[in-house]
Design a protein around this ligand. Sequence first.
Ligand code: SF4
Ligand code: FES
Length: 254
Amino acid sequence: MEHYTMNLTLKVWRQKNSNDKGRFETYQVSDISSEMSFLEMFDVLNERLIKEGKDPIAFDHDCREGICGMCSMYINGRPHGPWHANTTCQLHMRAYKDGDTIVVEPWRANSFPVLKDLVVDRAAFDRIIQAGGYISANTGNAVDANAMPVEKEKADAAFAAAACIGCGACVAACKNSSAMLFLSAKVSHLALLPQGEPERKTRVLNMVQQMDKEGFGSCTFTEACEAVCPKEISVTNISRLNKEYLAAGLSVDK
Ligand code: SF4
Ligand code: FES
């Protein structure tokens, strides 16, 4: 596709801190290249704001290559913008045309409070992981790679679930702010592997308990989460999570 430049109107959510009410501010940006990434377009705007002595727009990013899950933004009503299976940092300005208006907001969920502008606090996810998203392994020599065979089908399903980057788009897209797709990915990837077996039952019970404590809503199976997930985590993981939870609840000593 031919390279082109464009002038755009940005309506960006500005909020000083979690107590501030927040509001949209409108910015005109010009000569934006279709080759730029969405975050580079924000960099250009922020450099201008700094030069003008204004507060730059706070947004999260780290890897800028779809790995870290930091770049949480609602773009024109969709988490991570218009492209399927894509993070905000991998969105390019060729998705837009000259004269477009782009509305950018932070994730909206009570469990992800806004810290500043587009930055939200996703520590609730970290606490869910701390509650059980790990395995115990004996120290000493590394086990021979072939000593623990894993069926191909299970290995593939575990790998697909492990692709979750913890971005929170599933929560942001859900009308109930449910974290079930995230949790189901984390529980599935360990429940499918022999290494996850020792803590299999306590893991799912503890992680679900922590998820409820963090105030995420219940899953009513709208599948809005799967539609926006940048890593195409499947809702079939939610069915697996429900099965794991039921089986663990029936068999663990209370
Ligand atoms: S399941 Fe998908 S949308 Fe949800 S946190 Fe993981 S990668 Fe992000
Ligand atoms: S900045 Fe790391 S996934 Fe977007």
